[in-house]
Design a protein around this ligand. Sequence first.
Ligand code: SDX
Length: 428
Amino acid sequence: MNAELSYNNKKTELKVLEGSNGETAIDITKLRNETGLITYDPGYQNTGSCQSAITFIDGEKGILRYRGIPVEKLAEKSTFIEVSYLLIYGKLPNREERAQYSQQLSINALLHEDMLHYLENIPPTAHPMTLLSNMVNSLSVYYPGFYVENYDNATFHLMAARLISKIRTMAAFCYKKSIGEPFVYAREDLLYVQNFLNMMFSSPVKSYELDPDIIRTLEVLLILHADHEQNCSTSTVRLVGSSKVNLYSSICAGICALWGPLHGGANQKVIEMLESIQKSSLSPKDCIERAKSKDNPFRLMGFGHRVYRNYDPRAKILKAYCTKLFKKMKTNDPLLEIAMQLEELALSDDYFIERKLYPNVDFYSGILYRTIGIPTNMFTVMFAMGRMPGWIAHWREMHDSLPFKIGRPRQIYTGSPLSEYVPIEKRT
Ligand code: SDX
């Protein structure tokens, strides 16, 4: 199947690519050579940057699948470690593979002791996302020897295991640093999520009781954040990685992109928004009106999505977990009440309906993190922990794809025409 471009009295045939689920794209790899034209698409709303077999999203139908498996099924039956393996290696691990992978994560849970000196000298008020990006990038200092030229499977497996295991330790140590408590090290007898919770909430003077419902809730939160095709941070990992810089620096760039309030930073902004509504005299109705007003910069954080023009399937699962966890813990968070009122109002308001704005993954995730006891400024760190396997999987898929191309978009120049250099004495 081809598309035909008619321009400047010339017809140009362009190949149409079709994905395994029927999405189609015009292949413009030869467009400039054949027509002198480039395309223009700010925000890449209509532009595919690559072909990928990792994650499939159907935004109109609210579908999300990792390597073909619906995320609802993985949230119900799998674990974050299994999903990490699935995304990176393309299949669910068998018993032996899962045991080996789990073992590799366990032996890579520690941080280089010299890295802790960095943490000790940072102000306790530093945002954990700054600490996280710095520590991930410094892995190439403490664990040198990996650059893309040495790209072989054994090296890659070790890098991937280090990142997935150590980001959990880094997150817990950032939290301990912020509350002035001593670091709690990972334990060999605990699984991934249990270890994280223990490193976060136990201390030399108080043990932490591992509640199976809290463990499962956090497992599902990480699974639901594990990948989301070419989102801003994953595209950043691919773009930075396309210069053939090492994996750690590529992931560091992704962490920085994720921090933005329009992307992964939204989960922190949702809670801050709900808390400000709770403290103010504003009703949820007032907030909906503000969100609709062009004169007001206020947006309904956690609402809207570049791809989903239907309910984000992850938000649906997390909303159910809010109800389930509150029932089990016999708690009732007023912020959930406000969130549900905002959702009900927005879903019946023409402004949101016309623009197909629905709750996204960030709308309910913060309420669950808060219930588990994770502080608001750690929410995006939790997002990064979940997204780590997705970033790694895309970095590897890009390096395995041929022809390997450095990412370098074009532009439409709108600046000055050819100009003279004016010596300072003649300038006005
Ligand atoms: C994530 O890409 C991914 O996959 C991301 C993610 C992942 O897993 O990686 O899913 C995670 O980042 C989720 C999104 C988290 N961000 C937020 O919740 C921030 C609030 N949302 C918006 O800023 C916005 O919806 C975006 C950034 C998510 C999407 O922006 P787009 O696609 O560029 O849409 P847009 O800004 O062009 O908005 C289209 C219209 C505009 O109105 P009009 O100019 O047409 O009149 O919808 C309006 C916008 O003003 N709009 C909103 C709104 N989001 C969009 N109005 C009020 N509140 C909002 N939240």
